[in-house]
Structures are given as structure tokens and as C-alpha cells.
Design a protein around this ligand. Structure first.
Ligand code: NIG
Ligand code: FE
Length: 431
């Protein structure tokens, strides 16, 4: 995944004593361990950041005493966790499709709406008609909303361009937007999303064009760290996806798959077989698909708002646990299937609909999505050496995180060890 150096605020904004701080007087500090296998809790704990990274985590009174030189930040009895990681969004787009949502509520299927000129292609048209500076500004505003909601790492996919040059342009605009926002962004090129009209009946030519023109550009210009495909009857066939993903892998790019969304179609097994970082959606996956993901070390990503919006089912916790797979939760933010703007709210939904407990939800919002981005060495946990990305939440216990709806708000967001102010407008308008 590409992480923009320009999004690193530690060098620009923070200097001297401000880059050495101790967050203390917490109710508890809770984090996955470095392996992501278990959750560790430090009642009345503290966490020390230095030069953008976690220096130490442990008992509050002791750390405060030993780090007398650090700037103390009083958490006022709040819960502190790692910053959340949203590993699946389609955040760069124009317009909205609320009308389609109404059609679906009245019973039309996602596939029928797509076939009648709506769906992904409607957003491609709206995005193509938007001014580039508006797209970039809008994206930056969205990223600020994510930060206000407690996300410190966000993945963004291209995918509403559908031509080589338009997809590349989306990735460039992402790079521009990220420079305005102190957040870590991972860019993904979603290259097989929908077949444009121009290629009707020429599917193989489209796959070849994306592979031959876009993939080398991604590598040459460091535009994206991963490539994604929509493996679905509404999107692309397993064999088409395999061709593109194999070419991406050969160039050293990580791969990810939208799998088993509207139908069980073979995407999960393809992801496992090809060593994808993640297989996402999985509403129609079976237990054997989850077992294949577990064996391959591929993260299974649940997108609860997409499942709800398309009126599909989510898997149950018992089966997920038995499979041994790593489970992440993401917003899938997009105008068609998931107008979801709070990752923590998605966690609250999964707790209720899937049956994961508070510790499992925390893992699914931090370490596991970091692994889906190939970033688990740096983010998703507060172990020494990790990036100083943390949230002091407006609640006291871990169990409250998936409990309150609307979701608990972030009081303070630390990105690379810096507690930069949150956008005032978000503090006022967000629930
Ligand atoms: O993840 N499944 C494909 N892509 C999106 C939906 C995109 C759209 O409907 O605009 C998803 O659900
Ligand atoms: Fe998606």
C-alpha cells in the first residue's frame, strides 16, 4: 500500500517537547498485541509517544513518573485505543444515488438497477462530469470526517473512472487530497469494477488494457500499493480477475478481491489461492470459503452497511470463529451499496448482526484491517515502535465501543503522536 509521506504531520506540525507526550489518567488503554492474536488491557494505563511512535505503554502512575520530560495529556478518565483502520472505501466519487436506494427498497435488485443504466456507471458519469478540484476538495473533507470519527488510517479505491486515464487521474487526485489532511491513506487501484459501454462485447480487451496500460504506471509512479477487482456476475468473471491479478502480482503489487457479494461466484477461493491480502464482502460465502481464507492468511472483510443496504445476510460469529479466519470490518463507503460514514457504527452493527464481542470488534477495527492493508507492522496496535495513532473516546470501557448508537465520539485523535485539532464543523454536526 502506498502511504503518502506528505500525510505525515510529525515533521511539519510538531516539534520539540510536543513530539514527546504521555497520555495519562485514562480509564483503560486497550490494544491488540503486536501479533494481533489477543487484546491487552491496561486499567488506568498510559501511553507514551515519542517522535511519532509509541515509546511505551503500561501503568499510568509509573509512566507519568518515569517520563517527567514528556508533555502530559490528561485523558480525563476516558478509554484509549489505537486509531481505527478503515480498510475498504470508495471515497472518491461525485453525486449520490438515493433514488436507487428507494428503488431497491421497493424491491428492484442491484443487478437490475445496474442493467438499466444505474449503479456503478451512474456514478462514473457523475464523477466524470465533476470538476477535479471539487473532487479533490470533497475527498479531503471526507477524510476529515473519518478522522473526526476515530479513523487514523483509511484506504481509498479508485474505480469510478473505467478508462486507464480516468483511473490514474483518480489516484493522482487522492494524492492531492491527502496532502490537506493529517491521516494515513492507502491507495488501491480498483481496475475491474464495471465494463464500460465502450467495451461492450470486448471484455478481454478491457482486461488487457487495464493490465497493459495501468499496472506499469502504478508501479512506476507509486500510485497505488494494491489492485482490486469486483468478482461477481455484476462485475467480472473469476478468469478475468485471475488474469489481471496475476499481472499485478508479477509487478509486485498486493492484490484484493470483492468476493461473493451478490452471488457465490468463486472470488474467495481465488483470493486465497492467489495470496490476496483480503477478500471483501463475502455475504454469499460458505464456511469452506472462510476456511480457505484462514489457511491462506487472507483477511475476510465484512461490510455490514453494504449487506444491509442490499438486504443480504452477514455470517455468524460461531462459523467465523470455527474457520480461524481473521475478520475485519470496513465501511465500504460508496454511493451505491454503502453510504456509511462511521466505521465504529459499522462495528456496532456487526456486534448485533454477527455476534462478535467487544474484543473481537476491536481487533476487526484495528489490527485485522491493518493486515488487510499490509500495514500491521505499523498501525492497528499501540505496541512500542508502532505509529502513534490513538483515540481517546468519549466513554470509559471497551464494551461501550460497539454498544452506543450513534457511535461513541472521538474526543482526541492522535496521528503519529500528535494531537492535532479536529475540524470544528465535524465536532458540531456529527452526532
Ligand atoms: O463494494 N461491489 C462493487 N463495488 C461497490 C459498490 C459500488 C457502487 O454500487 O457504486 C461495493 O459494494
Ligand atoms: Fe467495495
Amino acid at each position: 500500500m502506498t502511504v503518502s509521506p506528505a500525510s505525515d504531520p510529525s515533521g511539519r506540525v510538531v516539534a520539540g517537547r510536543a513530539s514527546y507526550l504521555v497520555v495519562h489518567n485514562t480509564s483503560e488503554v486497550v490494544t491488540p498485541d503486536a501479533t494481533g492474536m489477543r487484546v491487552v488491557r491496561y486499567p488506568r494505563g498510559a501511553v507514551v509517544f515519542r517522535d511519532g511512535r509509541v515509546l511505551e505503554i503500561g501503568p499510568g502512575a509509573e509512566l507519568l513518573r518515569r517520563h517527567g520530560e514528556a508533555r502530559p495529556i490528561n485523558a480525563n478518565g476516558r478509554l484509549v485505543t489505537p486509531g481505527l483502520v478503515d480498510c475498504h472505501t470508495h471515497m472518491i466519487f461525485a453525486g449520490q444515488r438515493a433514488g436507487e436506494f428507494q428503488r431497491r427498497i421497493r424491491g428492484e435488485s442491484y443487478a437490475a438497477i445496474a442493467a438499466s443504466g444505474g449503479g456503478i456507471r451512474a456514478t462514473v458519469a457523475a464523477t466524470g462530469a465533476a470538476r477535479e478540484d471539487a473532487l479533490e476538495k470533497n475527498l479531503a473533507a471526507r477524510l476529515e470526517r473519518w478522522r473526526a470519527n476515530g479513523c487514523t488510517t483509511v484506504e481509498i479505491k479508485s474505480g469510478y473512472g473505467l478508462t486507464p486515464s480516468a483511473e490514474i487521474r483518480m489516484l493522482e487526485l487522492m494524492r492531492g487530497a491527502v496532502q490537506r489532511v493529517p491521516l494515513r491513506v492507502a491507495r488501491t487501484a480498483l481496475l475491474l469494477h464495471a465494463l464500460p459501454e465502450s467495451h461492450a462485447g470486448r471484455r478481454d480487451a478491457y482486461v488487457e488494457e487495464m493490465a497493459a496500460v495501468v499496472l506499469p504506471e502504478l508501479v512506476r509512479r507509486d500510485l497505488a500499493g494494491a489492485v482490486d477487482v469486483f468478482c461477481d456476475p455484476v462485475g467480472f468473471k473469476v478468469e478475468e480477475c485471475r488474469v489481471l491479478l496475476a499481472r499485478a502480482k508479477a509487478l509486485g503489487l498486493a492484490i484484493r478481491v470483492h468476493a461473493e457479494q451478490t452471488k457465490r461466484f468463486g472470488g474467495a477461493k481465488l483470493a486465497a489461492e492467489m495470496g490476496a491480502l483480503s477478500a471483501d464482502h463475502l455475504e454469499c460465502a460458505k464456511e469452506e470459503d472462510w476456511r480457505a481464507l484462514a489457511e491462506a492468511g487472507t483477511v475476510g472483510v465484512l461490510l455490514p452497511v453494504s449487506a444491509l443496504t442490499l438486504r443480504e445476510r452477514l455470517p455468524q460469529a460461531k462459523m467465523l470463529r470455527a474457520s480461524g479466519a481473521r475478520v475485519a470490518i470496513a465501511t465500504d463507503f460508496n454511493p451505491g451499496s454503502a453510504p456509511a460514514q462511521s466505521l465504529l457504527e459499522c462495528g456496532a452493527l456487526v456486534a448485533r448482526l454477527v455476534g462478535l464481542d467487544a474484543e473481537e470488534i476491536l481487533l476487526a477495527l484495528t489490527w485485522n484491517p491493518a493486515k488487510a492493508l499490509g500495514l500491521e507492522a505499523q498501525v492497528g496496535h499501540l505496541t512500542p515502535g508502532a505509529s502513534g495513532d490513538a483515540i481517546a473516546w468519549e466513554c470509559e470501557t471497551l464494551e461501550e465501543l460497539p454498544y452506543w448508537m450513534p457511535a461513541v465520539r472521538a474526543d482526541t485523535v492522535f496521528v503519529r503522536g500528535a494531537d492535532l485539532a479536529l475540524p470544528a464543523v465535524e465536532r458540531r454536526v456529527w452526532p
